[in-house]
Design a protein. Structure first.
Length: 250
């Protein structure tokens, strides 16, 4: 059962990766349809992310495996005490650990933040990532991934939210929903998901689609108990169509 929908165990492969993924034109039509529907509902919320890339890199470090309300609150406290960010190099690590304590792994996060600050100061004369706005995409990503605690997804988040690059970071919400639509394979690695999106996603769609997928994942299309009846895009969803969900009593 999915909300007030019942299930018939009959398979429909027309929305699977084997059907959608092999046809790039169909893939693009599907993703444009998903993008339009979600934009009409969610209107591209930014989820608290920052246009300033230095704010964003520290915000991303705090957000990992942490509830949004908690890391947003702690980030504001960190910025209030340590901003402008040049100041963070001279604040004791113990004090930063105290601020970050509600998030867990506070020692590791504090160390990463101070090491990033030192690296930025060494490279740019200030604790800033703004010079990356002049970098090519590959160079910006390479630089970010060289910073402590910054992997592929984190680098892409900073690039998309703060540096103006049209690039998709594939988080759990985006990956889950796109898999359910046959837009990604069922068993997909992070590297493959990024590669598919980089190759196929229409230009100018990355930010809008990403933030709306996050909103949809948090509000409707959850991992364990998706609210399929309230979903505005369920008619083309593999999770629904593959099992042919129909309204109770029909």
């Amino acid at each position: 059962m999915c909300g007030n929908l019942t299930v018939k165990t009959e398979k429909n492969t027309r929305c699977s990766w084997n059907f959608v993924g092999k046809n790039k034109g169909l893939w693009c039509r599907y993703v444009r349809w998903v993008d339009r529907r979600l934009e009409n509902v969610y209107h591209s919320p930014l989820h608290g992310n920052y246009k300033n890339p230095t704010d964003e890199i520290f915000y991303i470090i705090l957000s990992k495996k942490t509830p949004p309300d908690r890391y947003r609150r702690v980030f504001k406290e960190l910025r209030r005490e340590c901003g402008p960010w040049d100041k963070i190099r001279h604040i004791s690590q113990n004090r930063i650990v105290q601020i970050l304590y509600p998030l867990g792994i506070s020692v590791t996060r504090a160390q990463q933040i101070q090491e990033i600050a030192d690296k930025l100061y060494e490279d740019f004369g200030r604790v800033t990532l703004s010079p990356l706005k002049r970098y090519e995409e590959s160079d910006a990503k390479s630089y970010l991934k060289g910073l402590p605690g910054v992997g592929e997804k984190s680098a892409r988040c900073v690039m998309m939210y703060s540096l103006g690059f049209d690039i998709s970071p594939m988080d759990t919400h985006a990956t889950r929903i796109l898999r359910r639509f046959g837009l990604l394979p069922e068993k997909v690695t992070s590297a493959l998901a990024h590669s598919i999106m980089d190759e196929r996603l229409p230009k100018g769609m990355a930010l809008r689609l990403h933030v709306n997928l996050i909103a949809h994942g948090r509000n409707t299309c959850s991992s364990r108990k998706p609210d399929c009846e309230e979903c505005v895009i369920h008619s083309r969803c593999c999770k629904v169509a593959k099992l042919l969900y129909v309204k109770k009593g029909d």
